[in-house]
Design a protein around this ligand. Structure first.
Ligand SMILES: *Cc1c(COP(=O)(O)O)cnc(C)c1O
Length: 399
């Protein structure tokens, strides 16, 4: 049997829409690209974005900043992380997560994951009590939400300060509550491969006024915090304004102007991603020997990428499987590789953190494959690439 190769690029996003291009052109014509470069009582594009995102998210405060990684490190600082303090986080995540912890002066403690790619709550309880860590930076990696009710119980029992990395859960919910609204803060990325695209960018959200006041000053407010759109009142700043350094990492009006029109389309795009996800999920689930993570019924996810496991595949088989797919135009990522390769990463490659034993995660990651589902793929494309994956998997599945 032969199979037709897939020819679409996995890294091609949809174009920026005309409304966003027009808005960006207006900003360029005005010359006022800096967020604090406003006339009279004008709210800048960045401040408007902050207001609109806070409304979408259903939260009081929002700060737009330079990147998702920046949002996380500022969140840890604003939450009071001290030099050398431990921060619990997922073993399965991407490099900006341990990077943000180190950048904020913390030391990551990695928690195991389950085969459904969420935090192993038993390991979390154990490591929280053993370490006495005050912080949990949970990464909802690839959009998989853990049982948030059980998580919050552990957070409360251990009095953890919870910060959520929502780079892959912008728009997602657990029951009726948006991902990002469970703890002290939510951190989002608007980098090209996420759910909104401004090339680079980040959003930090919270209901805590003093936390947000600190984060705003850290982000480089030049004491112009009164010009923000979704910020606490100026009295909140008066206590902390002179004790909080400036770690410049602002967003500019050009980026904000192209994000605002995209935010209006987010819900529609979530439905489009999920159609694609569910099609591939259904196809892959037909194959005995391929396991797609099981999701909770309480989870309202955003399927902008899909993961599957071929348990007991060896490392050399995994490499052949990837090669075979690649020859047919399907780019799979493999998290089993010790060496980081094109946006994958593995805790063993983070040599700046002391090595930790994570046998359960290692075992899961050794058979874990991952692919993006950009909205430039049609449903037919998704059916096609599913067939290729299934075709290539045949010789590697233990029947
Ligand atoms: C992309 C990403 C981030 C933040 O990314 P930036 O590139 O800093 O905007 C954080 N966590 C995960 C899991 C990510 O994939």
């Amino acid at each position: 049997m032969t199979i037709k190769a897939f020819t679409r690029p996995f890294t091609q996003q949809e174009p920026i829409n005309q409304e966003a291009i027009d808005a960006a052109t207006e900003v360029l014509k005005s010359g006022r690209l800096h967020r604090y470069n406003t006339v009279e009582n004008e709210l800048s594009e960045v401040s408007l974005l902050e207001e609109e995102y806070a409304t979408y998210q259903g939260i009081k405060y929002c700060l737009a900043c330079a990147s998702g990684g920046y949002a996380m490190s500022v969140a840890l600082k604003a939450a009071g992380l001290k030099l050398g303090e431990s921060v619990l986080t997922n073993s399965y995540t991407l490099a900006p997560v341990p990077g943000s912890i180190l950048n904020a002066g913390g030391v990551p403690i990695f928690v195991e994951i389950t085969k459904d790619l969420v935090l192993d709550l038993e390991d979390l309880s154990k490591k929280a009590s053993e370490s006495g860590a005050r912080f949990l930076l949970i990464s909802h990696m690839r959009g998989h939400l853990v049982d948030m009710d059980k998580l919050m119980q552990i957070v409360d029992e251990n009095e953890l300060i919870l910060i959520e990395d929502c780079a892959h859960t912008m728009g997602a919910k657990w029951k009726d509550q948006r991902s990002g609204n469970f703890g002290l803060a939510g951190c989002f990325s608007t980098q090209t491969y996420k759910h909104l695209n401004s090339g680079e960018g980040g959003l930090l959200t919270s209901n805590d006024e003093e936390f947000m006041a600190r984060a705003i000053i850290y982000s480089g407010s030049y004491m112009l915090y009164e010009r923000h759109g979704a910020a606490p009142s100026s009295e909140v700043f008066s206590n902390i304004r002179l004790e909080t350094p400036n770690y410049s990492g602002r967003m500019d009006n050009l980026r904000a102007s192209i994000l605002r029109p995209q935010l209006k389309n987010l819900e529609n795009n979530i439905a489009r991603w999920n159609e694609r996800y569910q099609l591939v999920e259904t196809e892959l689930n037909e194959v005995i020997g391929i396991e797609v993570p099981v999701r909770f019924k309480e989870e309202r996810y955003v399927g902008s990428s899909i993961q599957f496991r071929i348990p007991v595949i060896t490392d050399s088989e995994a490499k052949s499987f990837i090669k075979k797919n690649k020859e047919l135009g399907v780019e799979l990522k493999w998290f089993g590789n010790d060496d980081p390769n094109g946006f994958t990463s593995n805790h063993k490659s983070w040599k700046y953190v002391s090595q930790q034993q994570l046998n359960i995660s290692d075992d899961i990651l050794s058979g874990l494959f991952d692919l993006r589902l950009p909205l430039t793929f049609s449903l037919e494309d998704c059916a096609h690439l599913s067939k290729i994956i299934i075709w290539c998997s045949d010789e590697f599945i233990r029947k």
